[in-house]
Design a protein around this ligand. Structure first.
Ligand code: TPP
Ligand code: MG
Length: 673
């Protein structure tokens, strides 16, 4: 490399000053880690990371995933040197409407590949992105994906988080040699030094996982370069570079003594004279810290030219491939357009009275055949969560062979979710992942981030109610539906429901639910499916109405005396109860609400026409009664729900014992009159 080390060190000091200054100005934030990591990120951006300065969303770019979101000042300062943020924006860190949010939020145009903050997730997103790059290389043959390197930056907190074990396992078993993780090992965390909580040999741990591990001084330019050069040559496995970094490198206290390696710099401004002394120590002007040094400007101007030259070659290579493979090239453009794929749903033939998980398998089977960029995953439950409908049409990923489209994640739901989210962030693929609904609890932190980032991952959750039965209360979801439906109520930054949640009532509603899921390119979708068979809704039901979130089921009476409301398999229980009520002369309407969130987006007139105020209502849910509270007001009726963890017994016994029968519907509804 031709860049003088003195200039690189100056640039790293520049980053340290900018990071410390932005935190100082905001009066809050995290300067210490950012100052320690500056050397690595600066070497990476000034000499290694390949991206198109003119087109931030270039599909073949290297990607940088930050795990410790609290090190945002480091990333923003680095991206400021690379021209993606202004000095004014740095000075506005953490302020209303500023792009320099407290923790980085996904913004590819600004060079931010992922939202980060919850430690541990960020580097597993990178693992997902690395999988996506391997998939695209195998499925398109476009050489640009072979050249991509996915970089991740992890800190002590991310290493301590359990998800790092799942990530380490997956990256190794899949041989992700396009992944380079830098571990900022500064021995300091928020409230203690790391030795208080951690005595593992992290290098040995990752070697045992099958990774290449390189140990360096993380503040030394030459060692960083050598490590990156070596890592890029490694074949067949991922690489971790463990950089011993100095927390708060260059920081000085008010009395001029060292402020390095001190927990206090983790999450607070250096403060007053300490800040002044630090900036001076780093060669800056405390009166004017928001400055880019001239030689640093030159360094990054030079890098921009180098990148422009690299881009000429890469674009030519991509064009040669596109010219030789025009159909594939058109298809690839389509995959990266973010548009919903075209699917012929008439190919999905549903069996009568099937479980909705099997009905989902029928959909997945069609998707495997028709959506060549879809990737389906399961956390070791594919034959139960019925993602095997997809698997039967393809093969699972293996190290060196990404010609299939199934991702066996092993028993690691959070890891699976983050990998799938990372695939979505990479772009070009449509990820879905399945497990039992009760284990969605292991995924919530990721689902929340997927919702915040607005990425359209499909979460398939089967065994959606206590009718798991014999497995007992450990496996019976009760409060989970209410929890995930809270995400329908939470709006994302575009004002949309942050998650689309669909719980279809029978096999044909399942096809409609999958259709909505595939059309939803704007948010994650949660699909809740039954384990047990469900009687079809009445003949003549207009299934296209699933798209309205809630609708009147065929066979309902005009001017009803009572409206019965449910989602999922409880709709068929209500239908059975309706028969008994009608035999008594009652006029009954049955309403299926696969998504309350979607239903509430319809016109007030429509909502009122389906659930008119003033008409008696009865709701039935296998979840907590609160699940239906928005649809069945207390003043108009009652809700039959589950208020315990459930019990161990065959599901038909549980239905009887817990009151999920036609007879109980009849009895409870009669109490309203
Ligand atoms: C899942 C999660 N738990 C807790 C936190 C709060 N937190 C932010 S940083 C941090 C300590 C991080 O230490 P380290 O990763 O070593 O960063 P450094 O102090 O070196 O900057 C904690 C506990 C978090 N952001 N995410
Ligand atoms: Mg640390």
């Amino acid at each position: 490399m031709s860049n003088p080390i003195s200039v690189l060190n100056h640039a790293a000091d520049n980053i340290r000053i900018l990071a410390a200054a932005s935190v100082e100005k905001a009066k809050s934030g995290h300067p210490g880690g950012a100052m320690g990591g500056a050397d690595f990120i600066n070497v990476l951006y000034s000499e290694y990371l390949k991206y198109d300065p003119k087109n931030p969303s270039w599909i073949g770019r290297d990607r940088f995933f930050l795990d410790p979101g609290h090190m945002a000042p480091m990333l923003y300062s680095q991206l400021c040197l690379a021209g993606k943020f202004t000095l004014d924006e740095l000075a506005n860190l953490r302020q209303w409407d500023a792009p320099t949010t407290g923790h980085p939020e996904l913004n590819v145009a600004r060079g931010i590949e992922n939202t980060s903050g919850p430690l541990g997730q960020g580097h597993v997103l990178a693992i997902g992105a690395a999988i996506a790059a391997k998939f695209l290389a195998a499925h398109t043959g476009n050489p640009t994906f072979e050249r991509e390197t996915i970089y991740a930056y992890i800190s002590d907190g991310g290493i301590e988080e359990e998800i790092s074990q799942g990530g380490a396992r997956i990256a190794s078993i899949l041989g992700l040699d396009n992944l380079i993780v830098f571990y900022d090992s500064n021995d300091i965390q928020l409230s203690t030094t790391t030795d208080v909580v951690m005595n593992e040999d992290t290098a040995a741990k990752y070697r045992a996982f099958g990774w290449e591990v390189i140990e360096i001084n993380g503040n030394d330019v030459e060692q960083i370069r050598r490590a990156l050069d070596t890592a890029k040559q490694v074949k067949g496995k991922p690489t971790m570079i463990i950089g011993k970094c100095i927390m708060g490198k260059g920081a000085r206290k008010a009395d001029g003594s060292s402020y390095e390696n001190d927990c206090k710099t983790h999450g607070a401004p250096l403060g007053g004279d300490a800040f002044v002394n630090t900036v001076k120590n780093l060669g800056g002007d405390p009166e004017n810290p928001f400055t880019i040094f001239d030689d640093v400007k030159e360094l990054y101007a030079k890098r921009e030219q180098e990148l422009a030259a690299i881009m000429v070659k890469r674009k030519a290579e991509e064009k040669a491939w596109a010219d030789a493979n025009p159909e594939k090239a058109a298809q690839l453009a389509d995959w990266f357009s973010g548009k919903a794929p075209k699917i012929d749903w008439s190919k999905v033939i549903q069996k009568d009275n099937d479980s909705t998980r099997s009905a989902s398998a029928a959909c997945l089977s069609a998707l495997a055949e028709q959506v060549p960029n879809m990737i389906c995953a399961s956390a070791d439950l594919s034959n139960s969560d019925k993602t095997d409908g997809f698997l039967k049409k393809t093969t699972a990923f293996k190290a060196g062979d990404f010609s299939g489209a199934f991702f066996q994640a092993g028993v690691a739901e959070l890891t699976m979710a983050c990998c799938c989210m990372g695939m979505a962030l990479h772009g070009g693929v449509i990820p879905a992942c399945g497990t039992f609904f009760v284990f969605s609890d292991y995924m919530k932190p990721a689902v929340r981030m997927a919702a915040l980032m607005e990425i359209p991952v499909k979460f398939i959750w089967t065994h959606d109610a206590f009718r798991v039965g014999e497995d007992g209360p450990t496996h019976e979801p009760v409060e989970q539906e209410a929890q995930i439906r809270l995400m329908e109520k939470l709006k994302n930054h575009h004002g949309r429901n942050s998650v689309l949640v669909l719980r279809p009532a029978d096999a044909k509603e399942t096809t409609e639910a999958w259709k909505l899921a595939m059309e939803n390119t704007a948010t994650p979708t949660a699909l809740l499916f039954s384990r047990q068979n469900i009687t079809n809704l009445p003949e003549g039901n207009d299934y296209s109405q699933v798209a309205k979130g809630g609708y009147i089921v065929a066979g309902s009476d005009e001017n009803p005396d009572v409206i019965l409301v449910a989602s999922g398999s409880e709709v068929s229980t209500l239908e059975a109860g309706a028969k008994l009520l009608r035999a008594d002369g009652k006029k009954v309407r049955v309403v299926s609400v696969p998504s309350e969130g979607l239903f509430r987006q319809q016109s007030k007139e429509y909502q009122q026409s389906v659930l008119p105020a003033g008409v008696k209502k009865f709701g039935m849910t296998a979840g907590l009664p609160v699940t239906l509270q928005g649809l069945v007001p207390e003043s108009e009726g009652t809700i039959w729900g589950l208020e315990s963890f459930g019990f161990s017994a065959p599901y038909k016994v549980l239905d009887q014992k817990l009151g999920y029968t036609a007879e109980n519907v009849y009895e409870q509804v009669n109490k309203l009159f």
